[in-house]
Every structure is written in structure tokens, then in C-alpha cells.
Design a binder for this molecule. Sequence first.
Ligand code: GLU
Length: 452
Amino acid sequence: MTTTRFAPSPTGRLHVGNIRTALHNWMLARQTGGTFILRIDDTDAERSREDYVEAIRADLTWLGLTWDREERQSARLDRYQAAFDQLRSAGRIYPCYETAQELDVKRKIQLSRGLPPIYDRAALKLTDAERAAKEAEGTQAHWRFLLDHDEPITWQDGIRGIQKFDAAQLSDPVIRRADRSWLYMMPSAIDDIDMGITQVLRGEDHVSNTAVQIQIFTALFAADYAASDSAAKTIPAFAHEALLVGREGKLSKRLGSLSCDAFRERGIEPEAIIALLARLGTSQPVEPVADRAALTASFDLATFGRAPAKFDEEDLERLNAGIVHQLSFEAVASRLPAGMDAAGWHAVRPNLAHIGEAAEWWRLVTGPIEQPAFSQEDKAFLAEAGAKLVWGDDPWAALTSALKESTGRKGRTLFLPLRQALTGMDHGPDMGELLPLIGEAEARARLARATT
Ligand code: GLU
């Protein structure tokens, strides 16, 4: 049974990058009837905001990415403390006293000698007396996880294939600050165990975190970290996706305009976002697939490439139009202009890039419309049209074939003046569908007005 999680930090709105992560985790879970957990990573009390938590829920709901369970890291601090105590007794967590400036100097010296800036574990060599002296000076310890340099780190990544890391090439990560607050690294691993996560799918910016977290998992299992029934007994499977880039490179600068609420305001349908993000960066074609079950069924990590996936807003617009053209009246009724019925929706739908544009086209039906000035010749033609108009099953087909015969006009010269007189526009929805909606009396009035 697959259990996945989407773990946003509530420090901003969801943007295209984390919507993609959420979607893929949702699809992995839904594919197998598994569980999708929304985990709010709010250990950073200063930057986390409740309105962002609410916005994340609203955005996921709008996208139709329903979750089976919600968890909050801020409600789980006792679990982190318990694991911390166990790992500390096991000698896998140690106190450090360097200031940020001291660490910075160390790094600069290493770099100037051409060495990698790996933490030198000086704090590990402190004697009890030296530690006591630091504490007596009022320096609060921050805490690092002790990587096991002899334990090779390797995993079969669902997208990147076999991954190998040498722990000696990594710094022991700081897992807890001097103010006792938690950094991301350890709580995430503890949650993944407690929540029985079987598959972690996230961006490739987390690859080196995975290397460290694998050792945290192993250390927790070795310390017999209290496992509930639902807890994972094994390290989850990992997969890391190539990041999204924009047409001109990094997306990060434009993330504000690529947020869920910005998309919604611009009239982008959730299904367009889903269709794009389900397949972007994979070998599967990006198409306006409105059938989410089909997209979910075809979702496959093996189709993901290693190259950064290009996010292009024009693709999104194109997919949006393709999706809008498929939406049923029932699906959109509440967002249509007053009075617009199924026939109206059907008539204007092919002309829309966004549902919001339905109102503009609907005005051609309800009026008033503004006609262009017609030549004498066209006026005579439109007068003839008024005379030939018969209101039957398909008044447009009847009218145009009668006029073709009586005037010899065809193509543009036949259709354009009629469209202009009847709608005020020289392009637009299919006249065969539009004319019955305009209605006989109004159509006659418009044709008559055009001849004056
Ligand atoms: N809160 C982390 C982030 O947003 C979660 C990473 C993870 O999926 O483990 O990057």
C-alpha cells in the first residue's frame, strides 16, 4: 500500500513547482488506492503563517488534490524530542558551540586551501570540562547529527537510478538550533517513519538531504525508535525530480506570478495545470487531457527525464483552451453569464481561451450590438436577407442557401455581411448555433437596422 506525503512549509503561496510535487505524490497514492498525506512543515515558527496554511488547503482543494490526512510538525514536537533523546543516548547527536561567524571563518579557510567546506567535528573533541565552560559562559549548544563515515549511502532512486554518497564528504548536519527549535532534516525523517511513508517523491534539490536522512532512518531503527503499528519499518523509496525551469532559465524570480491564486485569477482551469504538470518533464505527450483518472493511470516515474523540465506559460494557455473546449455546461454553469444556457455554452465554447470570455460572446446574443457601416450593395443584400429569413429548424442554413441561390454570392461575400449585421463582429462562434439563440424577432430587427 503506497503512502505519500506533500510537505509544504507554510511560508508562502503554492507555486507551480510545489503544485507539481503535490500532484505527483497525489497521483502515486491514488494510482494504488493508497494514502496521500498533507504534512505542514511548520517548525519554523517565525516564518510559518496560519493564513498560508489555509491558502495551501484552499489551493489543493481548488486543484482537486484531496488529502486523506493532515499532519502538522508543530504538533509533533514531543516525537522529535523522544527521537532526539534516543539518538543522543546512542551517541549519534552531539552538542556544538561554534558561532555562525566562527563556522564561516572555518569554511573560508578550507576553501582557500582548496578543501571542501565540511564541518571539522571540532565540537566532538571537546572535553566535558570544556563543554561545561561554554555553558557557564552562557553559550547554548546547537546540535548536529553524527554521520557514520563507514556506512556507505546508496539508494535506487525512482528517477535518477542508483545514487551513492560518501558520508565523509558531507557535513554532520545541524538538526537543532541553540534556541531548541528544529531544522527540517530530522523531523522529516521521523514523520516519514511515524506516518508510514512508503515513497518520498520530491525535487532534486533534496538529493543530498536524502543521503543524510537515510543515515537518520538507519540510526533511528538501530536505536529502536518506538514504532507504532502504522509506522514504517523500512526506509521509504526515494525519487527526485529534475526541477522546473522557465523559458529564460530559473523560475524562482517569477514564482509570485506562478502561484495557484495567480493562475486562478488569470482564468486558468485546474485541469489545465494538472494536465501540464502531470506530464511535463516526462516522455509522455503533454495534451489537454481532462480525464484525471486517465492521467493518473498513465503516471509513471520511469518516464521522467533527468534534464530540467521547461515550464512555458504558453503551453499552459494552449492546454487551458483545449480543456475549456471540452468542459460540459454542468461543469461551468455557475461561472457563466446570467441567462446563458447549455446551447449558449455550446455555441461559444470553441471560441474561448478562458471561461471568463464567455460573457463577451454572450453579449452578441443579448445585445446591444454595434454594426459597422455597410455599402449600398451590402445594404441591398441584407434587405434581401430579411425577406428570405424563414424561422425553421436551422434558420442559418436555410437563409444562407436561399441567399446563395438568389444573389449568387458565396464564401466571404455571402457570410461576412450577415455575420456583421447579426452580431456586429466579423468573426465569432458558429452562426448556425448563434442565430437560434439571438431569436427571430431580434434577428429581423438587426437585419432591418443594417439596411437603414
Ligand atoms: N518542507 C520541505 C520543503 O518544502 C519538504 C521536503 C520534503 O518533501 O521532504 O522543501
